[in-house]
Write a protein that binds this ligand. Structure first.
Ligand code: MTE
Length: 315
C-alpha cells in the first residue's frame, strides 16, 4: 500500500493503534443495531492516513453509513471519466501533496495558502451525512472535515462578497477526462454566502477516519448535504468571494437541467426523470426505493435560507 504524505498538522493525525480502536468505536456507534456494512461485504480495508477527529453527533444522521467500498468505488468525477468505476480506476496517481488553495476576490486577505496552513487552526470533526445524487441514488458517508464558515471567515470577506465560487484543479496531464468536452473545465461550483456560512457546509479532508481517497476528491472537497451531490466539488484549488452569482460547470453544460441552487427537492423533477424517490446504494438489488426528503432530510436546519423563494423557478 502506498503511504500518503499527510498534508495535515500533527494534532489532526491519529497514531495507527489509536485509530484502530477508535474505528471499532465508530462502527459500534454508527451501526445502532444494524450492520455498518449495510448488507455488502467490506472487501477493501480503508486506506489513507488516519485522522484525529471528534464526532459531531448533533450534525450527524443516526442511520448506518455505507461501506468503504460503496463510497470509494461508485463515484462521479468527470475529470477521470464518466463511468462510475472510472474515478477509482484512474484517479489513483493524482498528486495531492503539496497542495495550494488560492483565495481571491472580495476579501481583505487573498492569495495562495498551503493546504496545511488552511487546515492548521481547525480541529477536525467527523460528520455522518446523507448524500443524494441528482441521478436519484443516495448514500450515507462518514466525512471528516472542518466547517466551511470557519475557513471563509479567516479571509475577512467584504460586504461585496455575495457568493463563493470554488474551482477544481484542471490538469490534462493528470486528469484524462478534461480532454473530453463533456463539461466546461475547470469544474466550478458556487454557493450563496449564507449557504456557505451555514454550519452544515463542510470542507472535507477525509472519510472513515482517514484522508480522502483521490476518487472522493482528495485532498479537499466541499460537502453540502441538503443539495444534490454535484455541488460537492472535489480537488479544490481556488476559492473566490464574488459579487455576482457564479455559473457552475453543470449550469454551463445544461442550464435547463441543472440550476444554481440544486437543493434536493422531491417535488421538482429533473426534466428527464423524477426526483420523488431514490435508490440507496448498498441496499441490494431488490431493495425498495426510498422517498426523497425535502432538502435531503435537512429541512429543519436549512429551509429558512429559502423563505419566500419559488423553488420551482430557482431550482
Ligand atoms: N467534482 C469534480 N471536480 N468533478 C466532478 O465530476 N462530480 C460531482 C461531485 N463533485 C464532480 C465533482 C457529482 S455529479 C457528484 S454526485 C459528487 O461529486 C459525487 O461524490 P462522490 O464520488 O464522493 O460520491
Amino acid at each position: 500500500m502506498r503511504k500518503r504524505i499527510p498534508t495535515l498538522s500533527e494534532h489532526q493525525v491519529t497514531p495507527e493503534g489509536q485509530y484502530l480502536s477508535r474505528r471499532t468505536l465508530i462502527s459500534g456507534a454508527l451501526a445502532t443495531g444494524v450492520s455498518l456494512l449495510s448488507g455488502t461485504s467490506d472487501a477493501t480495508s480503508p486506506t489513507g492516513t488516519p485522522l484525529r477527529a471528534t464526532r459531531n453527533s448533533t450534525l450527524s444522521v443516526s442511520v448506518p453509513a455505507n461501506s468503504w467500498d460503496d463510497i470509494t468505488s461508485y463515484n462521479n468525477y468527470y475529470e477521470f471519466g464518466t463511468d462510475k468505476a472510472d474515478p477509482a480506476a484512474n484517479a489513483g496517481k493524482l498528486i495531492t501533496h503539496p497542495w495550494t488553495v488560492t483565495i481571491g476576490g472580495e476579501a481583505d486577505i487573498t492569495g495562495p495558502i498551503a493546504l496545511e496552513d488552511l487546515l492548521k487552526p481547525h480541529a477536525l470533526e467527523e460528520r455522518i451525512y446523507r448524500l443524494r445524487c441528482v441521478e436519484a441514488w443516495s448514500m450515507v458517508v462518514p466525512w471528516v472535515g472542518i466547517p466551511l464558515a470557519d475557513v471563509l471567515k479567516r479571509f475577512k470577506p467584504t460586504s461585496k462578497a455575495k457568493f463563493v465560487r470554488f474551482t477544481t484543479l484542471n490538469d490534462p496531464a493528470q486528469m484524462p477526462g478534461v480532454r473530453s468536452r463533456v463539461l466546461s473545465w475547470p469544474y466550478t461550483e458556487g454557493l450563496r454566502m449564507d449557504e456557505a456560512m451555514h454550519p452544515l457546509s463542510l470542507l472535507a479532508v477525509g472519510l472513515y477516519g482517514r484522508t480522502l481517497p483521490n476518487q472522493n476528491g482528495a485532498p479537499l472537497r466541499l460537502v453540502v448535504p441538503w443539495k444534490y451531490g454535484f455541488k460537492s466539488i472535489k480537488a479544490i484549488v481556488r476559492i473566490d468571494f464574488v459579487e455576482r452569482l457564479p455559473r457552475s460547470s453543470w449550469m454551463n453544460a445544461n442550464p435547463t437541467e441543472y440550476g444554481f441552487y440544486a437543493n434536493v427537492n422531491p417535488s421538482v423533477d429533473h426534466p428527464r426523470w423524477s426526483q420523488a424517490s431514490e435508490r440507496h446504494i448498498g441496499g441490494g438489488l431488490f431493495a425498495a426505493r426510498q422517498p426523497t426528503l425535502p432538502f435531503n432530510g435537512y429541512a429543519e436546519q436549512v429551509a429558512d435560507l429559502y423563505r419566500g423563494m419559488d423553488l420551482k423557478a430557482q431550482f
